[in-house]
Design a protein around this ligand. Structure first.
Ligand SMILES: [Zn+2]
Length: 265
């Protein structure tokens, strides 16, 4: 019994020790107490459940476009991680889900991506789609979901112990996970990303799309279209009221020229 307790504390201590990481592309130090192995296994489990229940698009051209953009962004992530000598595991999957009412997209840890057909009327073309996918992949690369989940659990020793032994079948954990990745909208669970996370995803997102060979300046008209269309009513992933549309565009105006140095059409 005493040994088990010692082991628990040892696990706790080491998980705390190794739970700081650096965000690629922005250099921010972050606290991500949930082990990446746990996040990865939850991700693949939850992703396959969502995909199994969803109606996948059979529009060959659009599906091919989603995969093409996804692969190019994935290669951009590889390039960035190599440059910064950061190790992160990916097992990319890209799917287009038929739901014209959902102007949404998300990316779970490990690069499990869903794009909903409802967002295609705002993205308009492949470059517009790269804005959205770059932004979503940026959330995953910056481990924003891990940060959200940790906040949802409440960062205490006890909760970290809980997180270490997360039971993937536990509905509370599942909801927290789905909510933290913007994938819980259909189930009524949503933990919108915070303002700083959104800004960071915008900054890293335009860099990724530029590295992938897409013109990062397309981000401004895309967000302008989203702002105009939403008229106060925002689609799920973009539910967060921060940053305001004006702030977002103003920020992008400083991020894009920095990103454009990576853009080779
Ligand atoms: Zn976002």
């Amino acid at each position: 019994m005493k040994k088990t307790l010692q082991l628990t504390f040892f696990t706790l201590f080491t998980s705390l020790l190794f739970s700081c990481s650096t965000v690629p592309g922005t250099g921010r130090t972050q606290f991500t107490p949930i082990p990446s192995g746990t996040m990865m296994s939850m991700s693949s489990g939850e992703y396959s459940k969502v995909i199994k229940q969803a109606k996948l698009s059979d529009d060959k051209e659009k599906v091919a476009m989603v995969r093409r953009v996804g692969k190019r962004i994935a290669a951009a992530v590889d390039q960035l991680l190599q440059e910064e000598e950061i190790e992160m595991k990916f097992d990319w999957e890209f799917n287009l889900i038929v739901d014209d009412k959902q102007a949404n997209a998300w990316c779970m840890p490990g690069g499990k991506i869903a794009v909903y057909t409802g967002i295609l009327k705002y993205t308009k073309d492949e470059t517009g789609l790269a804005v959205v996918m770059g932004h979503e992949v940026a959330h995953a690369v910056a481990k924003h979901g891990n940060e959200r989940m940790a906040q949802g659990l409440g960062v205490s020793l006890l909760s970290i112990a809980l997180a270490v032994s997360l039971n993937e079948q536990d509905p509370t954990t599942r909801n927290l996970f789905l909510g933290a990745f913007g994938a819980g909208a259909q189930y009524g669970v949503l933990l919108p990303f915070g303002r700083h996370q959104e800004t960071e995803a915008d900054k890293l997102g335009v860099q990724l799309m530029a590295r992938a060979g897409y013109d990062p300046y397309a981000a401004i008209p895309f967000w302008q279209r989203m702002a105009k269309a939403s008229g106060g009513k925002k689609p799920p992933e973009f539910l967060s009221t921060h940053p305001s549309n004006e702030t977002r565009i103003k920020n992008l105006e400083t991020f894009i020229p920095e990103a454009a140095i990576y853009y080779f059409p």
